[in-house]
Design a protein around this ligand. Sequence first.
Ligand code: THG
Length: 261
Amino acid sequence: MFVISEKINGMFKVVRKAIAARDKAAIQDIARRQIAAGANALDLNVGTATDDRIGAMVWLVETVREVSDITLCLDNPKFEVIQAGVKACGENFIINSTTAKDEDLARFLPFAAETGAAIIALTLDEKGVPNTVEGRIEIAAKILITAESAGIPPERIYLDPVVLPINIAQDQPKKLMEAIGQFKILSSPPPHIVIGLSNLAQGTTEKSLLTGTFLAMAAGMGLDAAIIDPEDSLLMEIMITGEVMLNNVIYNDDYLKAYRA
Ligand code: THG
């Protein structure tokens, strides 16, 4: 599982304050801790509090780049913000994200092709997030076909079926499991599949248990990347144990320690 850290996000108060105060040390501290806990990439999201989203994104990229060359997942719906983040980043980034709206695909895909970057694509279009498995598959197919015409192979596409909170959309996880399985057979080689896992548990009390159970089930269907908090040790242990079940990691009695080493 490709672990993308969710913690550098203006949704969190500490990050919001650090961005406002341009407090480098606070951001660099989160980055170091998330990497030490097992992050393979860091999602950078300036949130909605600041007016100057371009300035905030460029500052976040430069701040993290001072301490790490890790892959940065530039997270913003606005093309201009992504463009500025990419410029500041130089190398080793993922674009997060485009939707399947014609207007978004027409700008994000040629840009991803030009930069050689991987790109996350949400399976939502002009009509929003589909409620059905079929609706998500149709949009996923549209994304893969449009990406291919733009010169982006499926290996550089991360399809995101869009996870919704369990307390408002309990019918969704089962549909997402099915959608993930179907996405994987849409192309050869298959696309990657990513989710923002914490969306599931927003406003709930059993966050690790809900996200951990979902993660294990989704991994079984072919999920291969997730935006999560690697400092959530129960979640990480479930993730690693899932890798054992899928025969991606060799079992021995010390497999948790071995994986972390
Ligand atoms: N797909 C993609 N990118 C994404 C998401 C996605 N980026 C943002 C988000 N979703 C993933 N990141 C988070 C980060 C935190 C939380 C959820 C998703 C979260 N926050 C707590 C809450 O809202 O209850 C606490 C916030 C706080 O402390 O204030 O759960 O789906 N491609």
